[in-house]
Design a protein around this ligand. Structure first.
Ligand code: ZN
Length: 154
C-alpha cells in the first residue's frame, strides 16, 4: 500500500519535471528592418539567456527592387563574418548571396526587396552564451554598412 503510493508520487514528480522542461522552451521574436539607404535599423540584437529559439523577421521598408537593393540577414561568428560575406558574393543571387551548406552560417534569411518581409526560426543551441556573433546583409557591397552584433545571454 505504502509502496504503491510512493511509486505514484515518483511517477507524478517525473511527469512534472518532464512538463517543466517542455515549458522552458521559449521562442523569442526579433524584428529588424532594412531600407533603401543600405541601413539596418539596429546595430545590435540581444537574445536573452532563456530563449531556446529565435524567430527573426526582416522587413525591407524601402521601395527599390531586390536586384538593386536586396537585403537579407545572415548570422555568423564575428571571426567568420568577412570570409562568409566574400563567399556569399560568389554564391550569387540564386543562393541569396549565402555560401551553400556552409557550417559557418548559423542562420540566414532569403533576400527581400522593397516592401517585402521574411521570417526564419533558429535554435539558440547553435549559440554559445557570451559568444561573439555578427549579423549582416550579404548582398554585395552591403556588409560594410549593414552589420551589427548579436549577443546571447549577455
Ligand atoms: Zn542589403
Amino acid at each position: 500500500m505504502r509502496t504503491s503510493k510512493l511509486l505514484t508520487i515518483l511517477a507524478l514528480a517525473g511527469a512534472l519535471s518532464a512538463f517543466s522542461s517542455f515549458a522552458a522552451a521559449k521562442t523569442c521574436s526579433v524584428e529588424i528592418a532594412g531600407n533603401d539607404q543600405m541601413q539596418f535599423d539596429k546595430t545590435s540584437i540581444a537574445i536573452a539567456a532563456d530563449c531556446t529559439e529565435v524567430e527573426l523577421t526582416l522587413k525591407h521598408t524601402g521601395k527599390l527592387p531586390v536586384t538593386a537593393m536586396g537585403h537579407n540577414w545572415v548570422l555568423t561568428k564575428t571571426a567568420d563574418f568577412q570570409p562568409v560575406a566574400t563567399a556569399g558574393a560568389s554564391a550569387g543571387p540564386a543562393n541569396n548571396y549565402v555560401p551553400k551548406d556552409d557550417a559557418r552560417v548559423i542562420a540566414f534569411t532569403k533576400l527581400v526587396g522593397g516592401g517585402e518581409s521574411t521570417s526564419i526560426k533558429f535554435s539558440t543551441s547553435k549559440l554559445e552564451k557570451g559568444g561573439d556573433y555578427t549579423f549582416f546583409c550579404s548582398f554585395p557591397g552591403h556588409w560594410s554598412l549593414m552589420k551589427g552584433k548579436l549577443t546571447f545571454g549577455g
